[in-house]
Design a protein. Structure first.
Lengths: 205, 270
C-alpha cells in the first residue's frame, strides 16, 4: 500500500488519481494511525517551506514517518517542497528540515547564475542523468521531460546523493536518492506519461 | 533545457465551456471536463481555465466544478474567475489547482496579491491583466480593464504589472481583449513592450489563430507561455468545434527559434 502523506498541504488528489489509474493501491494518510501498513510513502508539498514543516510537525505524523523511513527503511518520495523538506533547512525560512538527505535549500534569486533569469523556474525541462533507475528507466527516453514550478532548489551536501540535475542557468540538483530516501523537485503527478512512469517505477523499488 | 509553454485557455460560463469574441457573445462549445480529458490525451503543457461569469455576477469560484476539473487534469492547472480572498486561493490550491489567477480583485485591492503570495507561495499566484488597445488616437496606448471589459481603469498597465511583480506573483498573463476570438495573431508590439519591462514568467493570450502565430510570438520574445482559446477549440473558418493541440513534432517546430537561441546562449532571453 502506498500512502500519500496528507498534512494539509499539496495536491493529494492528483496522486490518488494517478495511482488509481495505474491500478496501484493507494491511500491518503492524515494521521499516525493511517500510516500503519504502508510500504511506500509519497510526501508532497507546495508553498512556503516553514509553513510545510510546521504543518507536518503539527500533523503528528513526523515521528511515525521517521520510524518507517529511518527504522524500517521503506521507500519515500518527496515531491517539490516535499523534496526540500528532506534537507537540513531552507533559506526560505528558519524551520529545521527532516535532515534525511544532508543539504540546504537555496534561493535562485540569490544565485548570480539564475538571478537574471525569469523566476520562478516554471515549465517543462529536461534532466541530465546521474544514476537513477527509477527516473531514467523510462520508455520515453528521447522525450523525457518534467514540469517544474519553484523558486528554491536543493543543494545536496554529498553530491553522490544527486540522482539527476536540471539546467536553469546552471545544473542544479533536481532529484536526490539516498538509500531508500528519494526526492524530486519537479511534479511527476503533473508530467503526463513521463511522470506516470516515474511514479510506477517508484512503487517497484 | 526549459522550453516555451503552449497553453489552451478554456472559458467557463454557467458551468459550460464557451468561447467569446472581443469578450462578448459566449458561444457554447461543450463540456469542460470532456475538454480537459482531451487535452490530457494530447499532453498539453498546461491549462488555463477562466470562469467569465464569476466576477461580473459577484459570484465566488464554482468550487464543485473546479474540484472535478483539478481531479481530471493531468497537467498543471491555472484557475481564474471570482477569486477575491486569501481563503479562496488556499481552498483552490488544496483542491489541486497549481496556480490561482487574480485579476479584478488585485486591481481593486492592491494588498491582496501580497497576502495570497504569503499564504500559497509565489509559484502558485498568477495575475491576469486585461488590456484594450486604443485605436482612436495617434498615440498607441493600452487601457486596463476587468469584468469582461465592462470596467475600465486609469492605471498605467505597465506600472501595474511591475507592482504585481513587486508583490511577488509568479506569473503574469496578458490578455489582449481587442484581439479575443479574432484569430489574426498576437499583439507582438505589446508582447515586446511587456517583456522588456517585466522579469517574471509571462504568458500572452488573445489573437492566436494558427501555429504560425504561436511561432511568431515565441520567435519575438523567447521562452514564454503562449495561450490560446479559439485556436484549440475551433477548426476552419466556420468555427466548427474541434478540440486540437500541436503534436510533439509541431511543438518543436513552433518553439524552434527559442530552443535554438537557448542552445547557442546556453541560456535564455534575458
Amino acid at each position: 500500500m502506498i500512502s500519500i502523506v496528507d498534512y494539509g498541504i499539496g495536491n493529494i488528489q492528483a496522486f490518488l488519481n494517478l495511482f488509481g489509474r495505474l491500478g496501484i493501491s493507494v491511500k491518503r494518510a492524515c494521521t499516525a494511525e493511517d500510516l500503519k501498513g504502508s510500504n511506500h510513502l509519497v510526501l508532497p508539498g507546495v508553498g512556503h517551506f516553514d509553513h510545510a514543516m510546521k504543518s507536518l510537525n503539527k500533523s503528528g505524523m513526523k515521528k511515525p514517518l521517521e520510524e518507517l523511513v529511518l527504522g524500517l527503511k521503506i521507500p519515500v518520495l518527496g515531491v517539490c517542497v516535499g523534496m526540500q523538506m528532506l534537507s537540513n533547512g531552507s533559506d526560505e525560512g528558519s524551520m529545521q528540515g527532516l535532515g534525511w538527505v544532508p543539504g540546504r535549500v537555496r534561493a535562485f534569486k540569490k544565485n548570480p547564475k539564475t538571478s537574471p533569469l525569469p523566476l520562478p523556474h516554471m515549465g517543462w525541462n529536461t534532466l541530465s542523468s546521474k544514476n537513477s533507475d527509477f527516473i531514467f528507466n523510462n520508455d520515453y527516453k528521447e522525450s523525457l521531460q518534467f514540469y517544474f514550478l519553484h523558486s528554491f532548489y536543493f543543494d545536496a551536501e554529498d553530491k553522490a546523493d544527486v540522482s539527476a540535475t536540471c539546467y536553469y542557468g546552471f545544473n542544479f540538483d533536481a532529484a536526490v536518492s539516498r538509500k531508500n530516501i528519494h526526492g524530486v523537485q519537479f511534479h511527476p503527478e503533473k508530467s503526463h506519461k513521463w511522470g506516470e512512469q516515474l511514479l510506477k517505477n517508484f512503487t517497484e523499488l | 533545457m526549459l522550453r516555451p509553454r503552449i497553453i489552451p485557455c478554456l472559458l467557463i460560463y454557467k458551468g459550460a465551456l464557451v468561447k467569446t469574441q472581443g469578450f462578448k457573445d459566449p458561444k457554447y462549445v461543450g463540456d469542460p471536463i470532456n475538454a480537459v480529458r482531451i487535452f490530457n490525451e494530447k499532453e498539453a503543457d498546461e491549462l488555463i481555465v477562466l470562469d467569465i461569469g464569476a466576477t461580473v455576477n459577484s459570484m465566488q469560484p464554482n468550487f464543485n466544478l473546479i474540484e472535478k476539473l483539478a481531479a481530471e487534469c493531468r497537467m498543471p492547472l491555472c484557475y481564474g474567475g471570482g477569486v477575491t480572498s486569501v481563503e479562496q486561493a488556499v481552498q483552490l490550491v488544496d483542491m489541486g489547482v497549481e496556480k490561482v489567477a487574480v485579476s479584478a480583485a488585485a486591481i481593486l485591492k492592491p494588498s491582496l496579491l501580497r497576502e495570497i503570495v504569503a499564504a500559497v507561495g509565489s509559484q502558485s499566484v498568477v495575475a491576469v491583466v486585461d488590456l484594450y488597445k486604443k485605436n482612436n488616437s495617434f498615440l498607441k496606448s493600452y487601457e486596463l480593464c476587468s469584468h469582461n471589459a465592462k470596467k475600465f481603469y486609469n492605471d498605467n498597465p505597465f506600472t501595474l504589472m511591475q507592482s504585481f511583480q513587486e508583490a511577488g506573483v509568479g506569473e503574469i498573463v496578458i490578455n489582449s481583449v481587442d484581439r479575443d476570438g479574432l484569430m489574426q495573431g498576437y499583439d507582438l508590439d505589446l508582447a515586446r513592450q511587456v517583456k522588456s519591462k517585466v522579469k517574471i514568467p509571462l504568458t500572452f493570450l488573445g489573437g492566436a489563430g494558427s501555429h504560425e502565430h504561436l511561432k511568431d510570438l515565441i520567435s519575438q520574445v523567447g521562452t514564454i507561455g503562449v495561450a490560446a482559446g479559439s485556436l484549440f477549440v475551433f477548426k476552419g473558418s466556420y468555427r466548427a468545434v474541434l478540440i486540437n493541440y500541436p503534436t510533439p513534432e509541431q511543438k518543436i517546430e513552433i518553439c524552434q527559434e527559442a530552443l535554438r537561441t537557448n542552445n547557442i546562449k546556453g541560456d535564455f532571453f534575458v
